[in-house]
Design a protein around this ligand. Structure first.
Ligand SMILES: Cc1cc2nc3c(=O)[nH]c(=O)nc-3n(C[C@H](O)[C@H](O)[C@H](O)COP(=O)(O)OP(=O)(O)OC[C@H]3O[C@@H](n4cnc5c(N)ncnc54)[C@H](O)[C@@H]3O)c2cc1C
Length: 302
């Protein structure tokens, strides 16, 4: 497999990159971040951009900062940077869990959070975590800035809402009330290099009496885009995470996903495992917050 010919520009400012994309976007120019998706697809012959705009010399696109109760992450932040961020350890550990699940050390050193979003795969590791953090994506073009909720960024599998002249610059989200009450669980062929078969993410807040006050659930790789678990979320509000409630949540989850059957798994298997992972994730949060006997831990086989 050989790379097709292309011309590369290496702008050193965002304005320069946006001007280049504006000029060459219609001819099929594409931004390049870590290259772990784009270069592979070019080698396979699936994509043939004649012009690449390298983003890695633009200042500040690799930042991770917290201000005014919000986190801002630059699109060029790599998985390795996410995993070693003190800010995320305290304020959004779910993203550290998601980043740690990606590929291999080589991919975690090169691959970026912006590339993961722009690539728009329903299997992508950071996207379900960003759904439950209710993140916003900031897109910049020569005409200015626009913000999209992460859940509005995707048209379908591998189809994002980004325009050809836009750069994804930052991802922002409010710090969750109880950042430690999260889970991110996956099922797949790991520890090999193949990507997830499916994933379930959750971020929960409780009142003092162990009653759920806010529930955010997302499912990866069980529909053409990542899905928010709206039925489960609505059901959990005001409830305690008892075994009965976990069982009903698991059934609701299986009813609100749209899995396909393919070479990797059957739809039935994906439905069943999604329910199991949701139940396991909620049980782990219940165990962490356990104060009364009404909350019990599930054993690992359930
Ligand atoms: C062996 C292997 C294992 C992998 N394992 C995983 C895994 O476990 N989990 C997972 O989620 N992914 C995995 N991936 C996929 C890939 O590594 C990630 O999706 C990665 O985050 C892509 O980021 P990148 O910076 O390399 O993007 P690139 O390859 O540079 O770009 C990907 C796409 O996004 C566009 N793009 C990139 N940055 C921007 C931007 N800032 N603004 C606008 N458009 C942009 C590019 O034009 C291109 O279309 C794997 C890939 C390989 C090769």
């Amino acid at each position: 497999m050989f790379l097709p010919d292309f011309q590369a520009f290496a702008p050193t400012s965002l304005d320069e990159a946006l001007a280049l994309l504006n000029k060459h976007g219609a001819e099929g120019a594409m931004p390049l971040a870590g290259g772990t998706d784009l270069i592979v697809r070019m080698k396979e012959g699936a994509l043939r951009p004649r012009i690449l705009i390298l983003l890695d010399r633009i200042p500040r696109l690799g930042i991770i900062e917290a201000t005014g109760g919000r986190i801002r992450i630059g699109a060029l932040a790599t998985y390795d940077q996410l995993m070693h961020s003190d800010i995320l350890h305290t304020s959004a550990p779910i993203l550290i869990e998601a980043a740690g699940n990606v590929g291999s050390p080589q991919i975690r050193n090169r691959g970026t959070i912006g590339g993961n979003i722009a690539n728009a795969s329903p299997c992508a590791d950071t996207i379900p975590a960003l759904y439950v953090l209710e993140a916003e994506v900031i897109l910049q073009s020569v005409s200015g800035e626009r913000r999209l909720p992460i859940a509005s960024c995707f048209k379908g599998s591998k189809e994002s809402m980004l325009c050809s002249n836009e750069v994804l610059t930052y991802i922002e989200f409010p710090i969750p009330k109880q950042p430690e009450n999260f889970f991110y669980l996956t099922s797949g062929q790991r520890r090999a290099l193949s990507i997830n078969k499916l994933s379930v993410a959750g971020q929960i807040s409780f009142a003092v009496e162990e009653t759920v006050t806010d529930a955010r659930i997302a499912y990866g790789a069980v529909a053409p885009t990542v899905l928010r678990g709206v039925s489960v979320e609505a059901f959990l509000i005001g409830k305690k995470l008892t075994p009965d409630i976990l069982e009903i949540s698991s059934e609701l989850a299986q009813g609100e996903i749209l899995p396909i059957a393919d070479i990797r798994s059957t739809a039935e298997w994906r439905r069943h495992v999604t329910g199991v992972l949701l139940k396991r994730g909620l049980a782990s949060i219940a165990a962490k917050n356990k104060k009364s006997e009404s909350i019990i831990e599930l054993d690992n086989k359930q």
